[in-house]
Design a protein around this ligand. Structure first.
Ligand code: PLP
Length: 402
C-alpha cells in the first residue's frame, strides 16, 4: 500500500452514524422524508441566535476584506480571546487573561491539540469514562497515545470511582470528561467533580506526575430544569477546557472553539506553547477569522434551548409511557435508552424496519444502550411515537430479552 494504513482505514471505514444517514436518505427517496424518523445526528436544529447573522452583515459592511478574511495570529485575535476571557470571568468569577486562550476549530480540534501537546511517548494514556464520544479514540491514537476506558455507571451516569482508580497509573497523562454528556445527557454533579479532583490530586502525589483533566464542553449551556454545570477550573488546578460554539451558537459547520489553559496549570507556558506547536504541526494555521470576530459580539448568547427541552420532554415521557427504560437527560440533546433486547445492534436493525434510525451505543463504550438524538423537528417526534410503540412490541417477540 502506498498510503498510510491507519489513515486509509480511518478514511474508508464509514461510521455507524454515517451509514444510518446514508440509509435514511435512500429510504426517504423511496417512502417520503416525512415517513423516515431520523434520530441519528447531533446537528443542532435550533437556528443560531439573530446576533450571529446581524454581526456578519455588519462586519461585511464595515471591514475591508483583508481584515475580515485574512489570517489571524495562530492563537487567535487578541480581541476575541479577551472577549472570551471577559465573558467567563463575568460568568464564573474567574480571572482569565486573553493569553490563556488558544482559538481552535471546534472541540474536535481543541481536543486534538491537547492530546498532541501532552503526549510525550507511546506509553502515555488518556482515560475516558463510558459512555464517551467515539472520536476520542481517533484523536488520542493519532497523537500516539492510548485510550483507556472506564466502564459506565449505568445507574446515574456519573463516574464509577472504583473502576476509575484502578485505571490510573504513572502512565496517565489525562482524564477526559464530557458533561453535559454525549450520549447519556448526564451532567456531572458538584459532588462528582469534587471527588474526581480529590482522587486526581491523590494520584498526582502518589506517582509524582501531573494528571491533566480535559473538560470537553460543547454542551455546557444546553441544560434543563436549572441543572448546574460546575466550572471545572475552580475545582482542579491542572484543568484544560476544550470548548466549542458548535452547539451553543448552532455553528457546527463554522468550526470555532478554544482551548483554555489557566495560569495555575503546571508548566503553563510550556503547555500553551506545545498547544501552539501542535496547531502548527497539524497545519491548522488559525481558527476561522470571520467567526472569531462574530464571537466578540455574540459570546454568551445561545440558540433557543427551550426547543430542545420541549423535545426532551415529549420523547422522554412518550418512550417511558410505552415501557422503555430511559435515563432522564439533564443536558445536551440525546436520550439514552436501555435497549429492550440485550443486543442493541439487533434492536437498532429492527428499528430500521419501523423507519426509526437510532444509534446503538456499543461505539460509545456502552453496549445494551441506544442513543436517540432529539435535536430534530418536534413534529417528527410526534409522528415517530407510534413507530416506537410497534417496535417495543415487536422486539419483545423476536429478540432475546435481558
Ligand atoms: N465532543 C463531543 C462530546 C461531541 O459531541 C462533539 C460533537 O458532536 C465534539 C466533541 C466535536 O464538536 P465540534 O463540532 O466542536 O468539533
Amino acid at each position: 500500500m502506498i498510503v498510510a494504513e491507519d489513515m486509509y482505514r480511518l478514511g474508508s471505514q464509514r461510521s455507524v452514524i454515517r451509514d444510518l444517514f446514508e440509509y435514511g436518505k435512500k429510504l426517504a427517496a423511496e417512502i417520503g422524508a416525512e415517513n423516515v424518523y431520523d434520530f441519528s445526528l447531533g446537528n443542532p436544529t435550533v437556528p443560531a441566535p439573530d446576533c450571529v447573522n446581524e454581526t456578519i452583515r455588519s462586519l461585511t459592511q464595515t471591514l475591508d476584506g483583508m481584515t475580515l478574511h485574512g489570517y489571524t495570529s495562530a492563537q487567535g485575535d487578541e480581541e476575541t480571546r479577551q472577549a472570551v476571557a471577559d465573558y467567563l470571568n463575568r460568568t464564573h468569577g474567574t480571572r482569565f487573561k486573553a493569553d490563556d486562550f488558544y482559538m481552535a476549530m471546534g472541540a474536535a480540534a481543541a481536543l486534538s491539540l491537547c492530546f498532541r501537546a501532552l503526549t510525550v511517548d507511546s506509553s502515555d494514556e488518556f482515560i475516558t469514562i463510558a459512555p464517551f464520544f467515539p472520536e476520542y479514540r481517533v484523536f488520542v491514537e493519532a497523537a500516539g497515545a492510548k485510550l483507556v476506558v472506564v466502564p459506565a455507571d449505568t445507574k446515574n451516569f456519573q463516574i464509577d470511582f472504583e473502576e476509575l482508580e484502578k485505571r490510573i497509573s504513572r502512565h496517565t497523562k489525562g482524564i477526559i470528561i464530557n458533561s453535559p454528556n454525549n450520549p447519556s445527557g448526564a451532567v456531572y454533579s458538584e459532588e462528582t467533580i469534587k471527588r474526581l479532583a480529590a482522587l486526581l490530586e491523590k494520584k498526582e502525589q502518589e506517582f509524582g506526575t501531573v494528571i491533566f483533566l480535559l473538560a470537553d464542553e460543547p454542551y455546557r449551556e444546553i441544560v434543563y430544569d436549572g441543572a448546574k454545570v460546575p466550572f471545572i477550573t475552580k475545582y482542579y488546578k491542572n484543568t484544560l477546557v476544550c470548548y466549542s460554539f458548535s452547539k451553543s451558537l448552532s455553528l457546527p459547520g463554522e468550526r470555532i472553539g478554544y482551548v483554555l489553559v489557566p495560569e495555575e496549570v503546571a508548566e503553563h507556558k510550556a503547555v500553551y506553547a506545545a498547544i501552539a506547536g501542535a496547531g502548527r504541526s497539524l497545519g491548522y494555521v488559525c481558527a476561522p477569522s470571520l467567526f472569531q470576530k462574530v464571537l466578540v459580539s455574540c459570546i454568551g448568547q445561545t440558540g433557543d434551548i427551550k426547543e430542545y427541552q420541549k423535545n426532551r420532554d415529549l420523547l422522554y415521557v412518550g418512550l417511558t409511557n410505552i415501557g422503555y427504560e430511559c435515563f432522564k437527560p439533564q443536558g445536551a440533546f440525546y436520550l439514552f435508552v436501555k435497549s429492550p433486547s440485550e443486543d442493541s445492534e439487533a434492536f437498532c436493525e429492527l428499528a430500521k424496519e419501523e423507519h426509526l434510525l437510532l444509534v446503538p451505543a456499543d461505539g460509545f463504550g456502552c453496549p445494551g444502550y441506544v442513543r436517540i438524538s432529539y435535536c430534530v423537528d418536534t413534529e417528527m417526534i410526534k409522528r415517530a411515537l407510534p413507530a416506537f410503540e410497534r417496535l417495543f412490541a415487536r422486539c419483545r417477540v423476536t429478540l432475546p430479552i435481558f
